[in-house]
Design a protein around this ligand. Structure first.
Ligand SMILES: [Zn+2]
Length: 680
């Protein structure tokens, strides 16, 4: 695959992070020392200005970048590029004092007081006016600066505002969505139930904590509206920069498993995907290897949002974070493992929050490249510098691309709808976790999946797994049917195809939109199990395995009208002898249905069978080892990461490790946390 460079002017990968020199303007000696230390650590980029509004504009209209320009120039002279942020993540006191509409209202409709960050009303006209002024000034000053790499829009956009302006915007958004026809909305939301019928759009309120929360269509549309609103704000900032002459690419930093907004929608409007990766390493509820796989899932999600280019790991913590309930320092070697995992999964950057530790306030104990001691001989600094050397060594990775043939279908609408559905059990819905478990199972076989949405292009994939696809978007039934007909392997599970995009139940049987024909079955009941319930299913001969029983957890569906091949049957209670796992030949492909929740590792035979059908090469990896591959035109780079606690041996390796420069033919031995990148 052809390389696609994010920043052609930079040689190799980016290494750097958030730098807040505005906190040290009275200490020129420190600023001077920082540049020396950054160079020593192999840092070639910084992100500045994320929270600098009060320094840029200390009083209304009094804007000056005299503090920033010489720093940016000096960094550039020293080979360090700048990613420049718009400062809208936090507001100066003068702004909130004079324009209180900039402050967000909470879910009771009560206006916040001034303070903290990430709490602006995205629709406040007064706030937008001030944003436009500062963003225009920034772009006019710094666009086309040779040291400027890209624009970083605001910071970690998130949350909902329940003010009157937002209520009005929500009503307008709904009117557009439902063609200004209130009856259309009433039908979609099924408002006849409990006398919830609306006469006009201006009667509709956001789902206040002390207001309406039982109309599920309202709840879902509120989340969709907020995705639109945040995107609208982000686009407003981008347009402002562009109108003032900025030509550099844009990004906004996303967050892991982020729930508030549908990132797939937002991503259409930015140039590069970036996200902030904060592992909770060495925690007390899972192994490091399992925790790393969660990171890996997130990397795959962000990579897949713009599959035609590398993404950026915009933030990560050197050493430690300070905002979790427990904050454990990364053990030696873990920093490199986390950083290299990002690169393995498709990031062209390793960036941190933060380069230098704050001296005071809430981020003073958050990990940084340069600690309060200020020297180059701390453990963390040495690990960062060592990584900097390695990143230089593997600079040929920059611009290489993933090329995966397996995907997991994961929609925000589906996440929201499952959590909000008055169905299943409150505590065991676990949609995210279920998708993660499927991802893990493929990873254990050395096959990395992408994470795609219903409306994405599926043409490159041979296998798609859609666990718990409760919400069927318009046209998705035909899309799945075509995918399978043309030879695709498609797997779904219990709780699939129950409702349409408005959350109205599909009539005529589940899964709807004709998927009953694709799977060769219908689902009639879904039973919720208590944790103590003991239920098993028997895998039978047709699965190519000796008959044996496996455990079922949480959910079991009763199937009917089954014409598909039965691979497993229920053993217990009133479901005994009825189908539990099926495979339906449909056109040139197969549609698998798993009607109950099991350990994914017990379903390895299904994943192997699907891979066998498609000819995708796979091989079981040692426990704790991850494999990711990136491609250039003429080479493949297999990253092997040992995330486990013990050493591991991977067999049948043939190529050169571009970290150690060793030729490996045969077995590759990796110590705990060790990484190899095999070029072949
Ligand atoms: Zn608002």
């Amino acid at each position: 695959m052809a390389r696609n460079f994010l920043f052609p002017q930079v040689e190799g990968l980016l290494h750097g992070g958030d730098y807040n020199p505005e906190q040290w303007l009275d200490r020129p000696d420190i600023l001077e020392k920082d540049i020396k230390l950054m160079k020593e650590a192999g840092i070639n980029t910084v992100t500045m200005g994320v929270f600098s509004w009060a320094v840029h504009e200390p009083t209304e209209g009094n804007i000056s970048f005299d503090w920033l320009e010489p720093i940016m120039n000096r960094l550039y002279d020293n080979g360090i590029y700048t990613i420049l942020a718009t400062p809208t993540g936090a507001r100066p006191a003068w702004l909130d004092e004079k324009y209180p509409s900039a402050m967000r209202c909470d879910d009771m409709g009560v206006r916040n007081h001034h303070g903290v960050r990430h709490n602006h009303c995205m629709q406040s006209p007064e706030f937008r006016q001030k944003v436009q002024i500062i963003d225009t000034a920034l772009a006019k000053k710094f666009a086309n600066h040779p040291g400027l790499l890209m624009w970083h829009i605001s910071n970690e956009l998130g949350g909902y505002c329940y003010c009157d302006t937002c209520k009005k915007k929500f009503q307008e958004w709904l009117a557009d969505r439902y063609d200004h026809d209130i009856n259309k909305l009433n039908k979609a939301w099924w408002t006849t139930f409990w006398s919830h019928t609306f006469n006009s759009f201006d009667q509709i309120e956001p789902p206040y904590a002390n207001g309406e929360n039982c109309v599920l269509g309202l709840n879902l549309d509120w989340k969709r509206y907020n995705t639109w609103s945040a995107t609208d704000f982000m686009k407003f900032e981008i347009m402002t920069l562009r109108s003032a002459g900025a030509k550099e690419p844009t990004t906004t930093n996303y967050m892991e498993w982020f729930y508030d907004y549908d990132y797939r929608y937002m991503s259409q409007f930015i140039d590069v995907i970036s996200w902030d990766n904060y592992p909770e390493s060495h925690n007390n509820w899972q192994s490091d290897a399992d925790h790393m796989l969660e990171r890996s899932f997130n990397h795959a999600l962000f990579r897949s949002l713009k599959p035609d280019k590398p993404f950026m790991m915009m933030e990560s913590a050197p050493g430690v974070v300070n905002w979790r309930p427990y904050n454990k320092y990364r053990r030696p070697g873990m920093h490199k493992l986390i950083s290299m995992q990002a690169v393995a999964a498709g990031s062209d950057t390793v960036q941190y929050f933060q380069i230098r530790k704050s001296r005071g306030s809430s981020e003073q104990w958050h990990g940084a490249v340069i600690d309060h001691i200020g020297t180059n001989d701390t453990r963390i600094f040495k690990e960062v510098a060592s990584l900097g050397q390695d990143l230089k060594k593997i600079s040929e990775i920059a611009g290489t691309m993933a090329d995966n043939k397996v995907a997991i279908l994961y929609d925000w609408d589906n996440r929201w709808a499952i959590d909000d559905a008055w169905a299943l059990a409150k505590d065991t819905k676990n949609y995210d976790k279920t998708c993660l478990e499927v991802y893990k199972e493929f990873m254990s076989l050395g096959v990395e999946p992408d994470i795609v949405g219903s409306n994405d292009d599926w043409s490159k994939y041979k296998i798609i797994c859609a666990p718990m696809l409760y919400v069927l978007q318009d046209g998705i039934g035909d899309k799945i049917a075509l995918f399978v007909e043309e030879g695709g392997q498609f797997l779904s599970t219990y709780f699939t195809g129950y409702v349409n995009k408005d959350l109205l139940s599909n009539l005529g049987g589940f899964p709807g939109q004709g998927l009953d024909k694709v799977f060769g079955l219908r689902s009639e009941e879904i039973d919720t199990l208590y944790p103590e319930d003991k239920v098993t299913i028997k895998i039978i001969d047709k699965a190519g395995l000796a008959p044996h029983s496996i455990n079922v957890y949480d959910y079991q569906e009763m199937l009917r009208d089954v014409s598909a091949d039965v691979l497993a049957k229920y053993n217990d209670d009133y479901l005994a002898g009825t189908p539990a796992i099926t495979r339906n030949e449909f056109g040139k492909g197969h549609a698998y249905y798993v009607a109950c929740r099991t350990n994914q590792s017990d379903l390895e035979f299904l994943y192997r069978e699907m891979l066998d059908h498609t000819g995708i090469v796979y091989s079981k990896l040692p426990t704790g080892v991850e494999k990711h591959t990136r491609y250039s035109d003429d080479s493949a780079y297999d990253f092997y990461l040992n995330c486990g606690d013990d050493h591991a041996t991977i067999k049948k390796i043939d190529g050169e490790d571009i970290i150690s420069n060793a030729e490996i033919h045969g077995s590759l031995k990796l110590d705990k946390y060790e990484i190899a990148i095999i070029k072949h």
